[in-house]
Design a protein around this ligand. Structure first.
Ligand SMILES: [Zn+2]
Ligand SMILES: [Zn+2]
Length: 255
C-alpha cells in the first residue's frame, strides 16, 4: 500500500501503541503517505463523555505531537493529521469548527452509531429492521453531502439482518449517492483480518456494479497493522476478486 488514511492512536482508549511506533511500522511496511484519523473528540450537548474518543481538550496535543513527528520523519514518510468522525447534524458545526481551528488535514466518515452514541444505537449490533437500515443510509448520505469527508470508512459496518431485497435497494442508493459525489468507499482491513461481518462481499458487489471508487484502509488500532503485508494483500485481493481496483491515493477534501 502506498497510502493509508485510517490510523488510530491510544488517545481513543481502545487502540494501543505510541505514535512513533505507528510511523515506524508504516515505513517498514512501505507506506509513503500515512494519515492519522483517530476518533474525533465530540462535544456532546448534554455533557456526555465518550469512552472511545479523545476529549476536545486533548485534541491540540494530538495534532501538535503528530505535526512534530511529521517534521522529524519527513525524509521517510509524509504524515497527515485527520480524524474519523461520526456525522450527527446537531453537533457537526461545532466539530468542523474545531477541526478548522486545529488545522487538521482531512476527515473520514465512520458511522458507528445512529443519531446518538448509545449502546442500542450501535451499528455493529445485528438488527433486522428496514427502518434501521434506511436511517443509516440517510444519515450517511446527509453526512457525505456536507462535502467535508474525504472518504467513507467501512460503509458496510451496519449489521442489517433483514431481507435481502431491502439491503440491495438501500445500499444501491448509498453507493449511487457516493458515486455522484465522487467520494470513495473503504474496504476495511481491520474488519477483514478479525473476521467481522465487514467488509462484506454483498456490499462490494453492489459497489462494483455501481462503479464506485474504493480505497483500502488499515483502520490500524495497533502499530503492527501498518506493517502487516499479508493482511494488506488479503484486503487488496478481496477487492480485486470483486472486480474493484483500489485507489493508491485519494485527494483530500477541505473541511
Ligand atoms: Zn476505533
Ligand atoms: Zn477507525
Amino acid at each position: 500500500m502506498k497510502a493509508n488514511y485510517h490510523t488510530h492512536t491510544a488517545r481513543c482508549h481502545h487502540a494501543v501503541g505510541e505514535e512513533r511506533e505507528y510511523i515506524e511500522n508504516a515505513i517498514k511496511g512501505g507506506i509513503q503517505v500515512l494519515g492519522f484519523s483517530d476518533h474525533t473528540p465530540q462535544i456532546f450537548p448534554d455533557g456526555y463523555v465518550s469512552g472511545v474518543r479523545m476529549t476536545p481538550e486533548e485534541a491540540p496535543e494530538y495534532v501538535g505531537k503528530l505535526r512534530e513527528l511529521g517534521k522529524e520523519y519527513r525524509d521517510d514518510i509524509e504524515l497527515l493529521v485527520g480524524f474519523e468522525a461520526e456525522y450527527a447534524k446537531e453537533m457537526f458545526g461545532d466539530l468542523t469548527a474545531l477541526c478548522r481551528r486545529l488545522g487538521v488535514d482531512y476527515l473520514i466518515m465512520g458511522q458507528h452509531w445512529l443519531l446518538r452514541e448509545e449502546p442500542d444505537r450501535w451499528c455493529f449490533k445485528p438488527n433486522p429492521s428496514r427502518e434501521w437500515l434506511t436511517l443509516y443510509v440517510d444519515q450517511v448520505i446527509e453526512g457525505l453531502s456536507t462535502g467535508a469527508f474525504t472518504y467513507l470508512a467501512h460503509p458496510d459496518v451496519i449489521c442489517y439482518t433483514g431481507d435481502e431485497e431491502w439491503y440491495q435497494k438501500e445500499m444501491t442508493r448509498l453507493c449511487k449517492e457516493a458515486k455522484r459525489m465522487a467520494i470513495p468507499l473503504e474496504v476495511n482491513m481491520l474488519g477483514l483480518v478479525t473476521d467481522r461481518p465487514y467488509p462484506s462481499e454483498r456490499f462490494f458487489r453492489i459497489a462494483a456494479e455501481v462503479g464506485n471508487e474504493i480505497v483500502v484502509g488499515c483502520d490500524a488500532h495497533s502499530p503492527e497493522a501498518l506493517s502487516d503485508l499479508v493482511g494488506q494483500e488479503r484486503t487488496l485481493s478481496f477487492a480485486r476478486a470483486l472486480g474493484l481496483e483500489p485507489l493508491t491515493e485519494v485527494s483530500l477534501r477541505k473541511i
